[in-house]
Write a protein that binds this ligand. Structure first.
Ligand code: SF4
Ligand code: SF4
Length: 334
């Protein structure tokens, strides 16, 4: 199928969204206090497209909720009856997420959909959701997406680019094409490349990632000395997906967990990562070494949220630089 880029007049945005709402639940970035959440639009509330990535609630929560019930059960003497939870199969469109968040979903897809058994609830949400991302108006001083080697189009069905008076819609998939077939064609395709170049040329932070990073680099203790183990970096990260499963009353639920927490790996008789530097090392090595070995890409999209929000100013770029450079010096392979 030939995919054709389209133009959407800004004045027609509301009509476009209204038309989509006939068949889909439409989620847009909406300001709530100082934060951006993806929500259904209510009367009188406007979508906010010029938000900062650092202030937006991670998109992963729409596909992997912070807490979700997996099933309910009844215990009858020696038997357990499982009561399946019904899966929400509403068709959704997300409009206005950042390209790095859309890319982040393709990273989470790998363990959830490529490994067996697949995660059926996650799969259903992914299949039922169309993603229209929007090119960032400006990068932030913590962004380093261009260092990770992915394309700005990855993970989106349509990439929106704001121009004066209209949005350029770069159509990337067939299901994206079906949404915009009635809109006028974008004749000048050079505009999209120019806009992407302008944006990427403004990104100031770059890093070359040396892999593998040495597991037994003696500098890990020093590098991660400040880490409090609060887990903020993992909860906000668009690619962190660790979870825990527990029972409460008659319900089995799954909730986000973090490799930064001291109880994350604690077992009845053993704690394989008793010290914080071991937990922090695991986070970095998982993203830049283990995940890469398994899936041939890094589990980081360079959104910079973890840098922005760490309460003790841990900077993942500095950490990668130090751990990678020193691993070569010490000649130890991870
Ligand atoms: S946000 Fe900072 S202090 Fe908290 S776990 Fe992450 S690196 Fe450690
Ligand atoms: S590790 Fe940090 S920079 Fe990388 S994707 Fe996660 S939050 Fe963003």
């Amino acid at each position: 199928m030939n995919l054709s880029d389209k133009l959407l007049n800004k004045e027609k945005l509301n009509d476009f969204i209204k038309a989509l709402k006939k068949d889909f639940s439409v989620l847009l970035p909406v300001k709530d206090g100082n934060l951006i959440f993806f929500k259904g639009l209510k009367d009188g509330i406007k979508p906010c497209f010029d938000y900062s990535i650092a202030s937006s609630h991670p998109l992963k929560s729409i596909f992997l909720p912070q807490r979700e019930e997996l099933f309910r059960f009844k215990i009858k003497k020696n038997e357990i009856e499982i009561l399946e939870s019904s899966m929400n199969d509403e068709k959704r469109i997300i409009i206005g997420c950042r390209p790095c968040e859309a890319k982040g979903l393709t990273i989470i897809d790998k363990p959830f959909l490529e490994w067996q058994p697949r995660d059926e609830a996650y799969l259903k949400r992914r299949e039922n959701t169309i993603i229209i991302s929007i090119l960032c108006p400006e990068p932030e001083d913590t962004c380093f997406c261009t260092s990770l080697g992915y394309n700005l189009e990855d993970g989106s069905d349509i990439l929106m680019i704001e121009l004066s008076g209209c949005y350029y819609l770069e159509v990337l998939t067939e299901r994206g094409e079906n949404l915009v077939k009635d809109l006028p064609l974008a004749e000048d395709k050079k505009i999209k490349e120019k806009e992407k170049e302008i944006l990427t040329s403004k990104i100031k932070r770059h890093i070359s990632i040396n892999s593998p990073i040495a597991f037994d680099n003696p500098l890990w203790k020093e590098i991660s000395q400040k880490c409090l183990g609060c887990g903020i970096c993992t909860y906000l990260c668009p690619t962190c997906y660790c979870f825990d499963i527990a029972d409460e009353k008659n319900s089995r639920f799954r909730c986000w967990d973090s490799c930064s927490f001291s109880y994350f790996t604690k077992m009845a008789a053993h704690q394989p990562r008793p010290e914080q530097f071991q937990r922090y090392r695991n986070r970095i090595m998982h993203k830049f070494s283990y995940f890469k070995e398994r899936f041939n890409e890094f589990a980081c999209v360079g959104c910079g949220r973890c840098i922005r929000h760490c309460p003790v100013s841990m900077d993942i770029m500095e950490v990668i630089e130090k751990s990678g450079v020193r691993s070569q010096e010490s000649g130890v392979k991870g």
